[in-house]
Design a protein around this ligand. Structure first.
Ligand code: MG
Length: 168
């Protein structure tokens, strides 16, 4: 098992339906905080809505799996209405399993998209998903624990850079 994501880019907008479908994927499990919006933004922005719609229109199923609590997740999802799983316990696989069940998808046709190696990518690996896409966190929490977690990600990101050095 590798923690090196299949794709690592600046933000979700670099990830197109074509990128997702390249992996034979028809469902995505999305992190919310720092992946779609920063912690303090309660609702999806217009840009996020447009991006989500582009996925839906390409026939890609969407579910939210977040370690944040129900009120935050429900508020964010209120106007969207996708299957959503708060307090997900990532990197444990259980919420990913529940999300796939809700989407009628299977691990080999499902991807996870998030901003944390040891939460999102690892959850994807634990659930046996086809691939994991990592984006740079929109805005980092500056407390010591988060900085420590980010520090642990550095070797994984270096490995990604090495593997993809000769690719455009
Ligand atoms: Mg996150």
């Amino acid at each position: 098992m590798t923690l090196v994501p299949e794709l690592y880019c600046d933000d979700i907008y670099c990830i197109t339906p074509e990128d997702i479908k390249k992996y034979g994927v028809n469902a995505v499990i999305l992190d919310i905080d720092n992946t779609l919006v920063p912690y303090e933004i309660p609702e999806p922005t217009d840009e996020v809505r447009v991006w989500l719609t582009s996925l839906s229109e390409a026939g890609i199923g969407i579910a939210f799996v977040s370690n944040n609590h129900a009120p935050r997740v429900e508020k964010f999802n209120e106007s969207l209405g996708y299957p959503a799983f708060p307090d997900s316990g990532k990197p444990l696989k259980r919420a990913c399993r529940a999300a796939m069940e809700a989407l009628g998808s299977t691990p080999e046709h499902t991807a996870i998209i998030g901003d944390q190696v040891f939460t999102d990518v690892l959850a994807g690996r634990n659930a046996g998903l086809a691939c994991a896409f990592l984006v740079k966190p929109i805005k980092d929490k500056r407390n010591l624990f988060f900085r420590f977690k980010r520090m642990l990600e550095i070797p994984v990101l270096r490995k990604y850079a090495r593997l993809h050095k000769n690719k455009p």
